[in-house]
Structure formats: structure tokens, C-alpha cells
Ligand binder design. Structure first.
Ligand code: SF4
Length: 351
């Protein structure tokens, strides 16, 4: 899929002319046409839309901590934490509050503005959720944004997290609805959409994306992005992961995603959801610096920082610092509602 578009040239022109609009009525053939644009055109439009919404030299930095590791009853075919696969991973119970807060302090000192906590649950039990609620409160009190990923949650659980001050809930769709059954059988695509709805209705920001390199087609990638971009409201954060292959999981040995195809997916995500933070997420340790730079050029503006991503590798902090320096990238400063209001007031006062 490189240079042929299924759209008429008139529709292609209209599509290009509307890029930058916030739309939730994207058509699948439009998305396929974006994927099919010549690479330079696609990157140009993605960068144009990116600059209209963000400082192109700023990247938001999050740190991810596994607060409960392994022994997960789900069967996600890519995951080292599923109890169903022999991956040699050592399971660990829910961490103590103080240990979590200490990790958050270190992350903050290293420049992270958001602290993400992941627990390998199908869905948290009431006692577990109560403990996590306290962790959210504690991290928030340090002045960091908080994010958790805990599996499925219902409206009541989402409300408890919102009341604790949770900023983001991560729950990925992983892939297209049609390919999904090849990847997970223990929960449905609709279960995932229901969790996203519960989170959204509770007033928590949504972090939702997918994984590339699981044997899916370009059409599956277009369908995944179509589902994300036609949710009633775009996710605020869209992680695009490249599969980290783990020995012992069914997807170990899957065909790797071609770097340009990965960059294309980032660019199309940027065009479909202009105001979302598009996160260059898992898989960076397998990418060259040049591929990462292309991803930033295509509109990626968020990364995970720290040498571990839950249970898989991530580039080490020094390498990331060096890459940012070489590209002239700054970590995005956390703009709290209060600081935005202060900036707006200052602007109004000097106008
Ligand atoms: S991805 Fe999450 S839900 Fe799936 S097996 Fe891993 S920890 Fe469990």
C-alpha cells in the first residue's frame, strides 16, 4: 500500500483540504487513502497538522511502573504476564504504597510529568482498587499526572478512580475488531469499548491505542485507527506500540512491522486525532534513532521514559536524553488547568 488510493481525485482533494479538522466521522476508505499517500506527502501533512496543535519540539514524558506483575488470567497472545504462557516471568503481588511513591519521586526528578501504574488484572477486586486509589492520591499529591491500567473497569470503579483524582485510564484496543479474536479470546472487543465508555463517562481522560507487528494487515491498522478516531470523543492519548516479542508467547516470531509502515501509522493517527498526544510507546528499544526521529516528525509527541516498560525493555534514560539533545527536543512541561488559566489571564492582561 504505497501510492494507490481507492478515493476519486476529487474526494482525495476534499480529504486533504479537511485535514486538521477535529472529526469523528472518518470513513475507512479515507483512512486507507491517507495510508496510501506518498510518504513525503503523508509526513508533510502530519507535520503541518501537528504544528497547528503542538510545539513540534516538545515531547511529553511518562514513566510506567508495573505495580502488580504477572499471573494474569487473560490470554493476550503478546503478553509475558499471562498465566497461560511459559515466559519465565516472576509474578509479584501488588506493591506497597511507599515503594510506589518512591518510584514516582524518582520519575519526577528525572523529568516525567505523568506517572503510569500498570497492574496485570482482568479487572481489579474491591480491596485492590482501594489500595490503588490511595496510590493515585499519593502520586497526585506530588504534582504529577496519574494514569493507571488495571484491565476492565465498570462505571462504579471508574467513578472511584475519578474521585481519587485519576487523570488518565489506559485501556488499549490492541488491533482491529476483525483481527482481535486471533489475539485475545478471554475478553471481547465490546468489553474493551465498554471500559472505555465507563472511563469517559466518569470524566477521566482516555489513553487508548494498539500494537503493530502482531501479524495484522494494513487494513487492520486502518480499521484500528478508524475505531479510535470515530469514538464519540478522541482519546486524549494514543499509544502506538510495536510488538516486543517475548519468548514463550504465541506471537514470538511474528513478522516484524516494517519501519516505514510504523511511521505511516503514527502519521495517520496524528491526522485523524489532531489534538491527541500520540505516544511512541513499546518497541522503541528495537528501533533505530532515525526511525524514532521520523516518528517525531510524523507527529508522535509522547514517550515512556525509563529502562523498563512493565516487563519488557525500553531504551535507557541516558540514550533518550542524548537523542532528545541531538534532535533539539524538550520534555513537555506539565500544564495544569491552574497554570493554563494563569497564562490565559496574563495574556488577557497584556492584550
Ligand atoms: S495484556 Fe494485560 S490483560 Fe492481557 S495478559 Fe497481559 S496483563 Fe493480562
Amino acid at each position: 500500500m504505497t501510492n494507490s488510493s481507492a478515493l476519486s481525485s476529487a474526494r482525495t482533494q476534499t480529504l486533504i483540504g479537511r485535514l486538521g479538522e477535529i472529526r469523528t466521522d472518518w470513513q475507512l476508505d479515507e483512512i486507507r487513502a491517507l495510508f496510501a499517500l506518498p510518504f513525503a506527502d503523508l509526513i508533510y501533512h502530519a507535520q503541518r497538522v501537528h504544528r497547528a496543535n503542538f510545539d513540534p519540539n516538545e515531547v511529553q514524558v511518562s514513566t510506567l511502573l508495573s505495580i502488580k506483575t504477572g499471573a494474569c488470567p487473560e490470554d493476550c497472545a503478546y503478553c509475558s504476564q499471562s498465566i497461560r504462557f511459559e515466559t519465565g516471568l516472576k509474578s509479584e503481588p501488588l506493591m506497597d504504597m511507599e515503594d510506589v511513591l518512591e518510584k514516582a519521586r524518582v520519575a519526577k526528578a528525572n523529568g516525567a510529568t505523568r506517572f503510569c501504574m500498570g497492574a496485570a488484572y482482568r479487572s481489579p477486586k474491591p480491596k485492590q482498587l482501594a489500595q490503588i486509589v490511595e496510590m493515585v492520591k499519593g502520586v497526585r499529591a506530588m504534582g504529577m499526572e496519574t494514569c493507571v491500567t488495571l484491565g476492565m473497569v465498570n462505571s462504579e470503579q471508574a467513578r472511584q478512580l475519578k474521585d481519587a483524582g485519576l487523570d488518565y485510564y489506559n485501556h488499549n484496543l490492541d488491533t482491529s475488531e476483525s483481527y482481535y479474536k486471533e489475539i485475545i479470546t478471554t475478553r471481547t472487543y465490546q468489553d474493551r469499548l465498554d471500559t472505555l465508555q465507563a472511563v469517559r463517562e466518569a470524566g477521566i481522560n482516555v489513553c487508548c491505542g494498539g500494537i503493530l507487528g502482531m501479524g495484522e494487515t494494513q487494513l487492520d491498522r486502518a480499521q484500528l485507527l478508524h475505531t479510535l478516531a470515530t469514538l464519540p470523543q478522541h482519546p486524549e492519548s494514543v499509544p502506538i506500540n510495536q510488538l516486543m516479542q517475548v519468548e514463550g508467547t504465541p506471537l514470538h516470531g511474528a513478522t516484524k512491522v516494517e519501519p516505514f509502515d510504523f511511521v505511516r501509522a503514527i502519521a495517520v493517527a496524528r491526522l485523524l486525532m489532531p489534538r491527541a498526544h500520540v505516544r511512541l510507546s513499546a518497541g522503541r528499544s528495537d528501533m533505530s534513532d532515525e526511525t524514532q526521529a521520523l516518528c517525531f516528525l510524523a507527529g508522535a509527541n509522547s514517550i515512556f521514559y525509563g529502562d523498563k516498560l512493565l516487563t519488557t525493555e525500553n531504551p535507557d534514560e541516558n540514550h533518550d536524553r542524548d537523542l532528545f539533545e541531538r534532535l533539539g527536543i524538550r520534555g513537555e512541561v506539565l500544564r495544569t488547568e491552574a497554570s493554563c488559566r494563569r497564562a490565559e489571564n496574563a495574556e488577557a492582561a497584556t492584550a
